[in-house]
Structures are given as structure tokens and as C-alpha cells.
Design a protein around this ligand. Structure first.
Ligand code: G3P
Length: 218
């Protein structure tokens, strides 16, 4: 089970890396904009900076909608750093681009996936990762976790090597549910990852141990 952090915030990436359990980073254009990263040169530099902080794969998204544009952008992104994974939307042009990148051994993350059929095409094209958006399905009264389960089962049945990267994770319970559903990777905000460590019985138990230890020292 791999843990990615879903942010372009350098401080949060450093904090997650310092935990020692971080396997990668996912970003998207909205997350980059949230950090105020503007202009193509700054965007590319930001990706490089992220790669220097973490050890694992870093998803960087193409903005073109056509195959040629995606290939051009993806090649620039992939040349930035060996850890870059080119994030490509699940469209007809995106499928062609994923197939192309796969033939060039360039890692891909197929994004904006909302159905098993989309995930099937992504795997057939040779995507490294497929990103079902769990929270966004929940937002429209669908079951995001169920989609993760269906994709994981489908890949197991047919032996696809594409890793199921559960994205749009909104809270700690989503992480546990996606783990149960067979996700290979979860990408989550730092708050959801940190939430895994929290339990009132741990807090209370630790407080009691400290109190008893201190009393034993008097
Ligand atoms: O990795 C995709 C993710 O960033 C989308 O999350 O919360 O905007 O649905 P959200």
C-alpha cells in the first residue's frame, strides 16, 4: 500500500516526507493554482522542487486536449526529473497519449476516472496508475469507494499491472475504505493522513502512562 500526498504545498509535502511514510505526490492544476504558482516556467520549477523533496513518483498534469499537444507537454514534463509521472485525462486523445507514453517507458497517471469502463481502457493503454475520484463521486450521491473496489477486482481478474490510485480522498475514513476496497495507492491531503494516527484511547492511555511514570519518580 503506497501513500501519496495530494497537494502542491511545499511545506505540507516536507511535513509528510518527514513522517517517513510518503511514497509520492499528486498535483493537479487546481492545487497548483491554490499555491499561487503562475506561468509555465514557475510551474515546471515547482514540479522539480517537489521531486527533490520526495523519493517517489510525482504526478504532473498535461493541459492539452489533443494527442500531439499531450505528447509534447508530457515529454517536457518527463524530461524534468525521473520521478515525474505524466497525468493524462481519460479522453480518446488521452488514451492515445497514454499508449504512446507507455511505449516510451514514460510513467502515466490516468486521471478524472469515474467508471470501470474508463479504468479498463486506461489499463489496456498501459497506464502506470489509474485515478478514480472517490470524493467527487460521493459528492453526486454515487459510491466512490465501490468504484475503487470494482476497478481493483477488474484488474485482478485480467491481470492488469496498472495500479489503482484512489484520489479525491476527503478524509481519514476514505483511506481505510479504499484500503479495504483493494487500492494500491491512496493520495490524500495531509490532514487525512495524519488523522490515521489519532485515537482518543491512545491519547488517554499515553497521558495515564506519563502520570504513573512521573509518580514513580517521586
Ligand atoms: O487527485 C485528485 C484530487 O486532487 C481531486 O480532489 O478534493 O478536488 O475532488 P478533490
Amino acid at each position: 500500500m503506497k501513500f501519496f500526498i495530494d497537494t502542491a504545498n511545499i511545506e505540507q509535502i516536507k511535513e509528510a516526507q518527514a513522517l517517513g511514510v510518503l511514497d509520492g505526490v499528486t498535483t493537479n492544476p487546481s492545487l497548483m493554482a491554490k499555491e499561487g504558482i503562475k506561468g509555465q516556467d514557475n510551474i515546471l520549477n515547482h514540479y522539480k522542487n517537489i521531486c527533490e523533496i520526495v523519493d517517489g513518483d510525482v504526478s504532473a498534469e498535461v493541459m492539452s486536449l489533443d494527442f500531439e499537444g499531450m505528447v509534447k507537454e508530457g515529454e517536457v514534463l518527463a524530461a524534468l526529473h525521473p520521478q515525474i509521472t505524466v497525468k493524462v485525462p481519460i479522453t480518446i486523445e488521452g488514451i492515445k497519449a497514454i499508449k504512446y507514453f507507455s511505449s516510451k517507458n514514460i510513467k502515466t497517471n490516468c486521471t478524472l476516472v469515474f467508471s470501470p469502463g474508463q479504468a479498463l481502457l486506461a489499463a489496456k493503454a498501459g497506464a502506470t496508475y489509474v485515478s478514480p475520484f472517490v470524493g467527487r463521486l460521493d459528492d453526486v450521491s454515487s459510491d466512490g469507494v465501490e468504484l475503487v473496489y470494482k476497478i481493483a477486482e477488474l484488474y485482478k481478474t485480467y491481470g492488469y499491472k496498472t495500479q489503482v490510485l484512489a484520489a479525491s480522498i476527503r478524509h481519514t475514513q476514505h483511506i481505510i475504505q479504499c484500503t479495504d476496497a483493494g487500492a494500491d495507492v491512496i493520495t490524500a491531503p495531509l490532514s487525512a493522513i495524519i488523522g490515521l494516527v489519532k485515537h482518543p484511547l491512545t491519547t488517554n492511555g499515553l497521558a495515564q502512562f506519563i502520570k504513573d511514570y512521573e509518580n514513580s519518580q517521586k
